[in-house]
Design a protein around this ligand. Structure first.
Ligand code: SAM
Length: 225
């Protein structure tokens, strides 16, 4: 029922009460409850179909008294201080960032955040920094050819450099094989774009920005030969 990606996320859940935002089928809170890792949960969903799927699954697992499935956008389904851990998984970084920023009043109690983005995790790190969070763990994992990032954050202060924002402060330090695979591919893609426009008279600004980005990659990452 639950794959490697959500199991990894589950490893980072701490506390007794969880909100899983964009829960879809509610697999994550159901799994955590069955592992006795949490005592209660809120599963938030904005779309009717996934909301109904979550209600059905929670009921069929006999957990309706422990997991409340609530319909709504982002953090509007919880009160400030109601949960001590929030998971937001399986979305792009910009959407996760929008949810965090729009729901900042629900983050005043500083619940632990576990955020699993599929793309553009940089947006998540920017949001965390501006919301008074610091990154305490990061993972990059590959499941069925897809590469995902998991960012775990707690209350604190951080001042990330441009490279740390983009690549992840802890992932950058570790430079795993999967990390290298992801960014090497991206670097090659960016290089190909640069090659197609470099001799064109226009797009000077774009060329300079791509060159700057390529330099950032070369300085930050130890690419495998
Ligand atoms: N979290 C699950 C996972 O990781 O497997 C499901 C991921 S699914 C790709 C994303 C879910 O987030 C969808 O069910 C979608 O309806 C929901 N969603 C998107 N935007 C949302 C928002 N602003 N508030 C709540 N749910 C949202």
């Amino acid at each position: 029922m639950i794959g490697t990606r959500l199991k990894k996320v589950a490893d980072y859940v701490k506390g007794t009460t969880l909100a899983d935002i964009g829960s879809d089928h509610a697999y994550l809170p159901i799994y955590l409850m069955q592992q006795h890792q949490i005592e209660q949960a809120v599963a938030g969903e904005i779309v009717e179909g996934p909301f109904q799927a979550a209600v059905r699954n929670v009921r069929s697992e006999g957990l309706s008294h422990k997991i409340q499935v609530r319909m709504g956008s982002g953090l509007e389904v919880i009160e400030n201080g109601e949960v001590d851990c929030i998971t937001i998984c399986g979305m792009g970084g910009p959407l996760i960032s929008d949810i965090l920023l729009a729901g900042r009043s629900k983050l005043e109690s500083k619940p632990r955040l576990i955020l699993q983005s599929n793309i553009h995790s940089e947006a998540v790190r920017h949001a965390l920094q501006s919301l008074g969070y610091q990154i305490v763990a990061e993972e990059i994992i590959k499941e069925k050819k897809h590469i995902y990032e998991i960012i775990v954050a707690e209350e604190g202060v951080m001042a990330l450099t441009e490279a740390e924002m983009k690549f992840g402060p802890l992932l950058l330090r570790e430079q795993s094989e999967t990390f290298n695979e992801k960014w090497q591919k991206d670097y090659q893609h960016l290089t190909a774009i640069f090659e197609t426009i470099k001799d064109k008279p226009l797009q000077q600004e774009k060329k300079e920005e791509i060159e700057r980005q390529l330099k950032l990659y070369r300085e930050a990452i130890h690419f495998a030969d």
